[in-house]
Design a protein around this ligand. Structure first.
Ligand SMILES: Cc1ncc(COP(=O)(O)O)c(C=O)c1O
Length: 347
């Protein structure tokens, strides 16, 4: 049996919430979608929220709103991040500008400040449950804060998602606020949220609009997301307890856990380590021992353009490993993981 890398837990409250929606006969967008939007605004302490069909759509719509659909707008994105970022930029008709990371997997500040001079939008991602400290900096271009993996974390006591002009998140099943599919855009600027909203419903759209897609979130998806938000704090505490056990284990090994920046409190979404060894070999060995380890990202995004070099992201790709950090992990599973760690990372 393989201990999965990610594994959302759906208890009976999810069944009840979705059954009620089915019985109501209103499965498409409706009151529960609105309830989710209010819940997100309240949890983040940001005034306005629009729920949409995915985090990728949220990002694409926010980029379109901030650039006024400018063709080939230059959008800075971390290269060591999930592929959705690249496709959101492309789907917005924009051009990605790849930003390299540091050894702790946040952005290389020097690289960002230099690139930002020519950017139309900068996307700052809080990676893998850790905090991106650059959200505290000021940039000439608008900034989107991506909290898909890191919702609930703080920097200097302030919640992530509240630093930039706009923030986006995801309700994809494995995310900390995951239901099945979905995403959201939050901002203190109501006009920005309204701009995004006009792009989500073809039936209500101006026929000459530059872009509109079917991006509304259904009641049924919203119900799953609300339920996950209700449970997110408890799940996070469980993950945190397992992360602390990992810390004790790794203190005896040759690999180093990757930690969130100073003054931050992470949400322990992922447990990442860096090893001098080849990550692919380690991951395969752990999988053979029943431990669903994975690369933190499938591929750095600058690999889509052979002219771009981001050496620190390439190094991370070769040497970083993500281990199972599950809210419902049991002692027996952790013992199995412990054996894998002792085999792969001897002291
Ligand atoms: C950091 C980050 N942003 C955005 C997304 C896109 O979210 P979704 O899967 O809901 O489209 C993801 C998804 O993996 C992500 O990890």
């Amino acid at each position: 049996m393989l201990i999965p890398h990610s594994h959302p837990v759906f208890d009976s409250s999810f069944t009840q919430a979705t059954t009620q929606i089915v019985q109501s006969g209103q499965l498409a967008q409706g009151e529960t979608t609105t309830k989710l939007e209010q819940r997100i605004s309240q949890s983040l302490g940001v005034q306005h929220t629009l729920a949409v069909d995915s985090g990728t759509s949220a990002l694409m719509l926010a980029i379109r709103a901030l650039t006024n659909h400018k063709p080939l707008a230059r959008v800075g994105i971390p290269t060591y991040a999930c592929a959705s970022l690249l496709f959101a930029v492309k789907n917005a008709g924009a051009t990605p500008v790849f930003l390299d990371c540091t050894d702790d997997l946040t952005l290389n500040a020097e690289h960002v400040f230099s690139a930002a001079k020519t950017l139309d939008v900068l996307v700052l991602v809080h990676p893998f449950g850790m905090v991106e400290p650059l959200v505290k900096a000021t940039f000439a271009c608008p900034v989107i804060e991506d909290i898909a993996q890191t919702v609930g974390a703080t920097l200097g006591g302030q919640q992530v998602g509240t630093f930039a002009d706009v923030c986006i998140g995801s309700h994809y099943a494995t995310k900390p606020w995951g239901g099945a599919y979905g995403g959201f855009i939050s901002s203190p600027d109501v006009s920005l949220i309204d701009k995004c909203k006009t792009m989500t419903n073809p039936d209500a759209a101006d026929l000459n609009a530059a872009y509109v897609g079917h991006h509304q979130l259904s009641n049924i998806h919203a119900a799953l997301a609300v339920e996950r938000i209700n449970q997110a704090d408890d799940e996070r505490k469980h993950r945190q307890a397992w992360a602390q056990k990992y810390d004790i284990l790794f203190a005896q090994t040759s690999a180093s856990p990757i930690k969130s920046c100073t003054q931050s409190v992470a949400n322990d979404f992922r447990y990442l380590v860096r090893t001098a060894l080849d990550a692919d070999i380690i991951i395969q060995t752990l999988r053979n021992m029943g431990v669903g380890a994975s690369k933190p990202v499938q591929q750095p995004l600058h690999h889509s353009d052979s002219t771009i070099q981001c050496p620190t992201a390439d190094d991370a790709w070769q040497h970083c490993v993500s281990l199972p950090l599950l809210a419902d992990m049991c002692d027996a599973e952790f013992q199995q993981i412990e054996q894998g760690i002792q085999t792969c990372f001897p002291s």
